[in-house]
Ligand binder design. Structure first.
Ligand code: DX5
Ligand code: ZN
Length: 218
């Protein structure tokens, strides 16, 4: 299967968001990654429902919404209404994971669980077969433009092993410090979906950059 590219708009120019989405619409990126941050779960505040609604009006690409918020159970229905297609909550922000997964599915969304760098993959053993996406954070969440944490490569391999062992169809998404320099290795380790913010929006030609990324998945 080809690698999926999900550009994160966190590093985009928010003064020209429509232009940014029009550029992504022209690109071969399959999804658009929206980093919602509440300033509590992570030490930063990004954007919320009005921005998700506005972007949903500007694109037909699936919105890959990454909730870096506490109490995500309070907001999943609102994000579904706002236009999210894939909704990822953090393992660390949730108590009743199995219940949350079922709830997000009943809303007709694809469901993801994200784990921070210090959170072991094996914690997901009992729900890996129920989710559509396992988001392996390769930075501590909260900011774009950080350096990829090298130990993540091994977590991706562990995630792949768990998915195969449990017969799960979950895709592995890798998020944070991803670039053309490590994308090939991430794909080889088992990554299916790459999230990139800074690398894409600081590129001279973001569309060509995205094209080059896709060619790295054998
Ligand atoms: C960080 C976000 C990432 C981030 C990726 O908490 O989850 O999606 O925006 O940005 P880069 O690619 O700039 O590291
Ligand atoms: Zn993200």
């Amino acid at each position: 299967m080809n690698g999926i590219i999900s550009p994160s708009i966190l590093s985009a120019d928010f003064g020209n968001l429509q232009k940014c989405i029009e550029l992504l619409n022209k690109s071969s990126a399959e999804w658009i990654h929206l980093d919602v941050m509440d300033g509590v779960f992570v030490p930063n505040i990004s954007f919320g429902l009005p921005v998700v609604e506005a972007i949903a009006r500007l694109t037909v690409k699936p919105l890959d919404v990454h909730l870096m918020i506490v109490s995500p159970e309070k907001y999943v229905e609102a994000f579904a209404r706002a236009g999210a297609n894939i909704l990822t909550i953090h393992w660390e922000a949730c108590t009743y994971h199995h219940n949350m997964i079922q709830h997000i599915k009943t809303l007709g969304l694809k469901v993801g669980i994200s784990i921070n760098p210090a959170t072991p993959v094996m914690l997901l053993e009992n729900i890996i077969a129920d989710i559509d996406l396992l988001l392996v954070m390769s930075v501590n969440p909260g900011f774009g433009g950080q350096k990829f944490i090298p130990e993540t490569m091994n977590k991706i391999r562990q995630a792949k092993e768990l998915i195969l062992r449990k017969g799960s169809t979950a895709l592995i998404e890798v998020d944070g410090g991803v670039s053309i320099d490590n994308a090939g290795e991430i794909f080889a380790a088992g990554g299916d979906v790459l999230v990139l913010g800074n690398a894409i929006f600081s590129a001279n030609d973001p569309i060509a950059y995205i094209e080059n990324l896709k060619s790295l998945k054998q």
